[in-house]
Each structure stands twice: as C-alpha cells, then as structure tokens.
Design a protein around this ligand. Structure first.
Ligand code: UGA
Length: 447
C-alpha cells in the first residue's frame, strides 16, 4: 500500500519507518529541508533506540523515501497520515492545531482518488471534524475519509510499542475507511493486536483519557510515597501489593520526582481545557496537574533538606537530566525544576546525562557538565540520581566516596537499596521508603 506521512518528527518518523518495515511504500514529508536532507543521509533528528537501523534498512530497500515535496506523494497515496506537532498554545494550554490545519489545507488540492486522511498527532476532540471541513471546503470534489488513529508510543520504546501495541484505536465516520485501515495494520492484526474501531470523536478522547489516567496513576503513587515517608511504610511494597490486583495493575506505579516529557504535561493540560470549555470539568486531572507541578519543585527542597538547611556554595551533582532514560528529550523534565531550585538556594549544580546534555543547555543555565558520574562527583556534597539510565545502575560507590566531599546519595528513582549504599559509608535518601529498610519478603520481591 502507498502511504504518505506528513511530519517527520517523533511520531511521523517512527510510524513511517515501522509502516515501511511492514512492507508498505512510505513517503515521509517534512517542510524542514535540513531535516529531510539529514534523513536522506541516514542521520536521525532524534535519539530513539533502533530507529536508525530500521530507517537505513527500509531506505535501502526503497520502501522509505524522505522529501519536502508533498504534492506527488499525497496524490499517489491511499492513506495520508498527519503527524505534525501540536504544542501547547502559549498562554492558555490549549493544543495548538495550526500545523495540523495547515497540512489539511496543503493536502486538499492533491487528493486525486479515494484517500483516507488520518490524524496521528494527539488532537482534541472535534479536530477530525475540522480537518474534514477544511479539506472539503478547499476541494469539494475530494473523495476523502478522515480518520483518527492516535499513537500510544513511549519515547525510548517507540519501535517496540508500534510493532507490538496493546491495541490500535481507529475512529471512523466513513465505513470505506475500515478496509483501508485494516490493510495498513494487517501485519499487526496477524499478530493479534486488537483493532478497536470507534466513532472519530471517541477515538480522539481515548488518547487523552489514556494519558490522563496514566499521569493520574503516577501522581497517585507519588502522593502515597509522601505518606509512606510520613508513616514509615515502603512505597515499592505498597505498589507491588496493590499492583497484583489485576483491576489496578502493577505498571506506572513507580514513585519518582514527577512525570515530564512532551506528552503527559501537555495532554493533561489540553484535556483540562477541553473539559472546562464543554462545561464538564475533570477535577481529578486538574488536581493531578497541580500536584505534579508542585512535586517537581519540591524535589529541590528534598535534596536541600538532605544536605542540611543551607545549600549556599554546596556542590550538587545530578545523574541524569532527561525526563526519562533512553531519550535525549528534556521537555518538562523534573531536572529543570530541580536545577533551578538548587541554584535559587545558592548551590553549584553539576550534571551528567548520557544523551541529554546538548538539549539541557537550552533549558537550564550555569550547569557544569561532566563526562561521566565520577567527573561530576569530585568534591561534591551530594550526588542525586534524577533519571534512571542503565549506566547509573551499577555505580562504583567506593570510587565515588573517595571523590566526594560528603558521601550523600539522593535516589529520586529508587534504583538502589539503602543497605547496599550504606555499606559503602553513604547517607541515602530515596522516595517513599523508610529510613531503615525492613527485611520483609515483599521488599525483595518489589526491588
Ligand atoms: C507517554 C505514554 O506512556 C505513551 O503511551 C504515549 O503514546 C505518549 O506519552 C504520547 O502521548 O505520545 P512518554 O511520554 O514517552 O509516553 O513516556 P512515559 O514512559 O509514559 O513516561 C512519562 C513520564 O512519567 C516520565 O517522566 C517518567 O519518568 C514518568 N513515570 C512513568 C513515572 O514517574 N513513574 C512511572 O511509573 C512511569
């Protein structure tokens, strides 16, 4: 099948490459000529494990082509995916749909046969209606079906998520689109990935409701972690204990410094705005957003408390800056609030991140970057694990202790166990775990 993907950012590129890998003929289009030129040379604009390989393989097989020219690719395609960005609109938090609507206007005159136009970008309820209206207004002859097909990709695991999804949600208003979409995803269908067909507005809401629920789940366990600290319980054991109930499920119950990234913060805010506009407020999500914002700021205070009351002139070394591992994405990362909070208190902040240091430079200033954990630990008063990269899971603690001014380890992702760290003479502070580890069987099972 011939497919055009408009927008070669995160979603478009991963989707285009994976669809080509299924055997479809895919043209990825982007208006950014330098991005397209780099992709033609095999240079990826983002860090995503496995993506370069899959792009190279399918480009070599001529199933995946990159271009800035939309016209020909769209006129020949049976399916056109819109995968451009929908950033938060400045000032009000609504999703900015100007890029999506601009693509709808661009593709309209080039629709020469029955074409399914699919919004893959995360778009508020009703966007599909507007995309269809724009296309029909610009080209009344167009034989088109506009479909909603939200993505559920996680950065860092996007290829796996695309190829082995829990479900594929497809919102249609025109029955003819069902056959085309089934054909697009046939290779996954054979793998028994459920195709969930719904009405278009329902599909649009499924995406937001999924992200909002996950953000709420994380925020729930983060608040439980605070309570654990107050009452002397262990949040990992609580998560394990509740997660075994299949109605709750064990995933997304890792307490931490608050959720970040390009999706949860933006999508929760956009959903809250939509709900307010329709006079049906989502108070749980409003509260989730507020708690998460406060939590990110509170993490700097947690580090300060661990160091002692006054952090002026103290050196704090941060392990990890990106909002999660296996990405170079700094958007809404808790690290940004942590750096700012520590600097406001007068601390000197150093940092190392395996992939995120370039991106960090435009989000935070006056940070001293080092080449590895040991370079930033030298003379430091605290080492803070902010992002749980694998590279930080087996640190050489005797070496770190010899380098540091004060052996304090603040573990904001609960990667380590207190007893293991304390053995090396470190003070250890983590999230939602008792001061002394209690050796019950659940503890070891959960860690
Ligand atoms: C999220 C969703 O997981 C995807 O399903 C969705 O497609 C995507 O948003 C999107 O809308 O495009 P992503 O933002 O890449 O994916 O990352 P997640 O793995 O969901 O993590 C988001 C944040 O939550 C990170 O800051 C992470 O550290 C935090 N998190 C996650 C926790 O603090 N605890 C957890 O248990 C899980």
């Amino acid at each position: 099948m011939r497919i055009a993907v408009v927008g070669s950012g995160y979603v478009g590129l991963v989707s285009g490459a994976c669809l080509a890998d299924f055997g479809h003929e895919v043209v990825c289009i982007d208006s950014d000529a330098s991005k397209i030129e780099a992709l033609q040379r095999g240079v990826m604009p983002i860090y995503e494990p496995g993506l370069d390989h899959i792009v190279a393989k399918n480009a070599a097989a001529k199933r995946l082509v990159f271009t800035t020219e939309l016209r020909e690719a769209v006129s020949q395609a049976e399916a056109v995916f819109i995968a451009v960005g929908t950033p938060s609109r400045r000032g009000d938090g609504h999703a900015d749909l100007s890029y999506v609507y601009a693509v709808a206007r661009d593709i309209a005159p080039n629709l020469k046969r029955f074409t399914v136009v699919i919004t893959k970008s995360t778009v508020p309820v009703g966007t599909g209606d507007e995309v269809e209206r724009i296309i029909r207004e610009a080209n009344p002859q167009a034989d088109v079906a506009v479909v909603s097909n939200p993505e559920f990709l996680r950065e860092g695991a996007a290829i796996e998520d695309f190829k082995r999804p829990d479900r594929i949600v497809i919102g249609i208003e025109d029955e003819r689109a069902r056959a085309v979409m089934t054909e697009v995803y046939r290779p996954l269908y054979l793998n028994k990935a459920p195709l969930v067909f719904t009405a278009r507005r329902t599909s649009e809401l499924i995406k937001y409701a999924s992200n909002a629920f996950l953000a709420m789940k994380i925020t729930f366990i983060n608040e439980i972690a605070d309570l654990c600290e107050a009452v002397g319980s262990n949040v990992q054991d609580v998560a394990h204990g509740i997660g075994l109930d299949k109605r709750i499920g064990g995933k997304f119950l890792h307490a931490g410094p608050g959720y970040g990234g390009s999706c949860f913060p933006k999508d929760t805010l956009a959903l809250v705005k939509t709900a307010q506009d329709y006079g049906s407020p989502l108070r749980l999500i409003e509260t989730t957003v507020a708690i998460n914002d406060q939590r990110k700021r509170a993490m700097a205070r947690k580090v300060a408390r661990a160091i002692g009351s006054d952090i002026r002139g103290k050196t704090v070394a941060l392990l990890g800056l990106t909002f999660k591992p296996n990405t170079d994405d700094m958007r809404e990362s808790p690290a940004i609030s942590i750096v700012q909070g520590l600097q406001d208190g007068g601390a000197i902040v150093r940092a190392f991140d395996p992939e995120g240091m370039e991106a960090a430079k435009s989000c935070v200033s006056d940070v001293v970057y080092g080449a590895d954990p040991y370079a930033i630990a030298e003379g430091a008063d605290a080492l803070v694990l902010v992002t749980e990269w694998d590279a930080f899971r087996a640190l050489d603690f005797p070496r770190l202790k010899a380098l540091m001014n004060d052996p304090l380890f603040v573990d904001l992702r609960n990667v380590y166990r207190r007893d293991l760290i304390a053995r090396h003479g470190f003070r250890y502070v983590s999230i939602g775990r008792p001061k002394e580890d209690i050796p019950v069987s659940l503890s070891s099972a959960a860690e």
